[in-house]
Ligand binder design. Sequence first.
Ligand code: 8YV
Length: 332
Amino acid sequence: MGVTKPPILVCRAIAQETIERLEQHFDVRSNQGDEPWSREQFIAALQGREGLFATGGERIDAQLLQACPQLRIVANMSVGFNNFDIPAMNAHRVLGTNAPGVLTETTADFGFALLLAAARRVTEGERYLREGHWTRWEYGMLQGADVHGTTLGILGMGRIGQAIARRGRLGFGMNVIYHNRSRLAADVELETGATYVGKDELLKQADHLVLVLPYSASSHHAIGAAELALMKPSAVLVNIARGGIVDDAALAAALRNKRIAAAGLDVYEGEPAVHPGLLAVSNIVLAPHIGSATASTRIAMANLAADNLVGFFHGAGPKTPVNPEVLNAVAA
Ligand code: 8YV
């Protein structure tokens, strides 16, 4: 006699191999056609489902939890979990899990890709060439800024921040400074070669600044007009963290007025919408939130989300819970 499989929803298209793996353990309802569901359609599809495989973009709040009383776990295929309303999830005893670790190096690579592209004006150069402006060599053509040997500032020094620090120090001979909510242990500072400074010092001293901090109410607009005013006019700003950490209107103004030299962005306030002021300036490299988008990392992220679902329902426990207090509450 077959054992009943817990019902889950996979709300966006993912690799078929992950769907097949999930089907070994669950009764899977999936959206492999990647239908663009409204919030109402999403909640309707979640009815009766005990688990949700999410991408990290789906808002899990009190309204959704009230409408989906069967839901017990939401497994994000992302390290960020600012889509979770943790107090509401705790109140409804719904576990959230994220996908840390597996995307660290891939995302750090992309931080450097944006930094190099913005500092060396790579995409601006490509547009110049494609538009037929390149008719002869010119001494001053598309001169950019050096990355090697400069001072790299990192705001947010978790796994990805540390991986960026290593790249900066070992690969590009950079002097690395950082600011974080809490200072790193001495051995980690030694290994990454990064020096702790206050936030204002970071903004003032960095030749280039990379943002890798999680989004929360306290990091909302951590970089606004006042912070941009402290940065060097020659500085490049890179945001691979979350939209909303930067005040995009203030950044657009700073780029337009050459208050800073350039920016490389992977994330935006209200994405996929992009502030028109950012689209209007040329000293910017714009990517559509693809920091972790390599084939092997996508599979690793999906597998970790699947592991969390399997562990939660089938005994071993979730690997990377973000509100483990829910598990204790359920056990009590
Ligand atoms: C994801 C991300 O691609 O992991 C994160 O926090 O921002 C990205 O790696 C995105 O959240 C969709 O899952």
